[in-house]
Design a protein around this ligand. Structure first.
Ligand code: ATP
Length: 250
């Protein structure tokens, strides 16, 4: 396990400017329809994360728990360096392996082999590392010479094999994960899960954003509860799950 891995977030906020069409009165809609005028767009700010502070150290397996839209994916993207915070600071020491945003990096027109490289770079691998593991990744997919064909010819199951194979061939000191491991065909899922467990065991830090209670319980030792972009509770996995599930039942 890497002892150097460390994540420190101080008062992080992420906002998105969006355009909304606020004027929904029947009169204005009728006038717009008759005059063929478009409703005026009103700029709005959506707040995805507010005042998030976190100190995650080697050995931590942190679950991010929260309802739809609570900010879980946004927080993973901040940790991966995909989003820069609008306010606050993010310090990440250690190499991040980003095993979420499944579709990112793929090109429909490129071959399976070319996509192994593209996806590997997106999740945080180095080019030399991908090249060195190309044959191993190809073998893990069990797709044989279909890897010479463009991705648009793949079934969704074949696509998943490619994603799994690349994801589980690369290592990181910090592993960022969501619950995608629950998909795919039974035989291949077992193989991928085993590989992933090995990677997680070797990683210094795991951050898992999930709704899957069993996966959280079996994987994490700490948890935070996100509500509308804010951390409203932090503690052991059991404490936070009790609070979240208790709240959901109430
Ligand atoms: N690119 C964007 N533009 C505008 N709003 C966004 C954008 N990305 C996320 N949001 C908003 O930020 C909030 C948090 O979204 P996020 O995807 O992080 O939630 P989540 O907890 O991962 O949800 P889920 O469990 O449904 O996947 C939501 O209100 C969402 O609508």
């Amino acid at each position: 396990m890497s002892l150097a891995a460390h994540i420190l977030l101080r008062n992080v906020a992420v906002t998105f400017p969006v355009l909304s069409f606020r004027d929904r009165s029947l009169r204005s809609r009728l006038v717009n329809a008759v005059t063929l005028r478009r409703a005026a767009a009103v700029p709005r700010i959506v707040s995805a994360l507010s005042d998030v502070s976190l100190d995650i150290r080697a050995g931590d397996r942190l679950a991010i728990i929260g309802a739809n839209g609570a900010g879980k994916t946004t927080l993973l993207r901040v940790l991966a360096g995909i989003y820069h915070p609008t306010a606050g600071s993010v310090d990440v020491a250690g190499r991040c392996l980003s095993l979420f945003d499944l579709q990112a990096g793929f090109d429909e027109e490129a071959t399976g082999y070319e996509n192994i490289v593209r996806r590997g770079l997106v999740i945080g691998a180095r080019r030399a590392e991908i090249d060195a593991r190309r044959a191993e990744i190809a073998e893990f997919t069990e797709l044989g010479d279909r890897l010479d064909l463009p991705l648009r010819t793949y079934s969704s199951g074949m696509m998943l094999r490619l994603i799994f194979a690349v994801a589980t061939a690369v290592e990181g000191e910090i592993v960022l994960l969501d619950e995608w491991i629950g998909v795919g065909d039974q035989q291949f899922r077992k193989k991928a899960r085993q590989r992933l467990d090995e990677i997680v065991a070797r990683a210094g830090i795991l951050v898992l954003a999930s709704h899957d209670v069993e996966l959280i319980k079996s994987t994490c030792n700490r948890a935070i509860l996100l509500e509308q972009g804010r951390i409203t509770a932090a503690g052991t996995t059991d404490e936070i799950l009790d609070r979240y599930l208790g709240g959901a039942k109430a």
